[in-house]
Design a protein around this ligand. Structure first.
Ligand SMILES: Nc1nc2c(ncn2[C@@H]2O[C@H](COP(=O)(O)OP(=O)(O)OP(=O)(O)O)[C@@H](O)[C@H]2O)c(=O)[nH]1
Ligand SMILES: [Mg+2]
Length: 255
């Protein structure tokens, strides 16, 4: 299965669209959301993916940008060990997605614990404790009682203004379609957003990393090598390279 998936990814890697993956706890509503979003905007190239993997579709966003969207297997706590390998194989493509949408059943009593489980699995896949390329989608808004809604929207506003937040959660109902416009806008904004400007000191002997930076980022300033053998750099990392950047240089570099 792992080999099979790797072949699929190779085929897909030639497609220039940015990739978005839906992840989340089982029953959170990923497939419902996937169907809604792809029905809204499937394009002709759709067939290309249909033969490779029925859970990947091309989607056109409101302002014309195209992405690929993939559905994934749901996470559950305490997975039986004989299933862990198969489960991981299906999730490998998540680690290569440009943007991860973490779909949560916000009406579920265990929503917070489920989210923690999902983040834990993502970190085990090598994505870091708090991936920068992740937007939370608070699904099943229709099941949230009117009197709780206010507090929930308040929480969203707070998260959005918290330091380091690139995008706050987006509240939706995959069932009724409420909030899906906001979600598509958030995805579009994410890919359109100004790339991040970062300062870092690179070990002068680390030619491979320097090469990587020149190939994937925009180098704005490059200082003299310090006595300690470090090159001070100011760079811009495009949003669709942020996760690759983090994987290479660590979450602390962009935090
Ligand atoms: N009320 C309500 N129900 C929803 C919503 N989204 C999904 N559901 C229901 O939740 C159940 C699970 O939805 P799925 O889309 O299959 O969930 P999933 O995340 O793909 O689940 P797994 O594939 O098992 O991980 C279904 O009965 C859906 O109809 C929503 O926004 N509101
Ligand atoms: Mg599903």
């Amino acid at each position: 299965m792992r080999r099979h998936r790797a072949l699929h990814r190779k085929g897909r890697a030639r497609v220039p669209y940015p990739s978005v993956a839906l992840v989340g706890y089982t029953n959170a509503g990923k497939s419902t959301l996937f169907n809604r979003l792809t029905r809204a905007g499937v394009v002709a190239q759709d067939m290309l993916f249909a033969t490779l993997d029925p859970t990947v579709r091309a989607v056109t966003l409101p302002h014309g940008r195209q992405i690929t969207l993939s559905d994934t297997v749901g996470f559950i706590s305490d997975l039986p060990t004989d299933l862990v390998a198969a489960f991981r194989a299906t999730l490998e493509e998540v680690t290569e997605a440009d943007l991860i949408l973490h779909v949560r059943d916000i009406s579920h009593i265990d929503s917070a614990a489920q989210a923690a489980d999902v983040l834990h699995v993502l970190s085990e896949l090598g994505l870091g404790e708090n991936p920068v390329n992740l937007i939370e989608v608070w699904n099943k808004l229709d099941l949230v009682a009117d009197e709780e809604r206010g507090a929930m929207l308040e929480r969203i506003a707070q998260t959005r203004s918290s330091p380091g937040a690139r995008s706050g959660p987006i509240a939706v109902s995959a069932l009724t379609g409420e909030g899906l416009g906001n979600l598509l806008d958030a995805i579009e904004d994410w890919f359109a957003s100004e790339s991040s400007t970062l300062h870092l000191e690179l070990d002068a002997s680390d030619g491979a990393s320097l090469n990587w930076i020149y190939e994937n980022c925009e180098v704005m300033t490059r200082g003299e090598v310090s006595d300690a053998g470090a090159i001070p750099l100011t760079i811009r990392v495009p949003s669709n390279r942020l996760s690759a950047f983090e994987k290479r240089f660590g979450a602390s570099a962009t935090g």
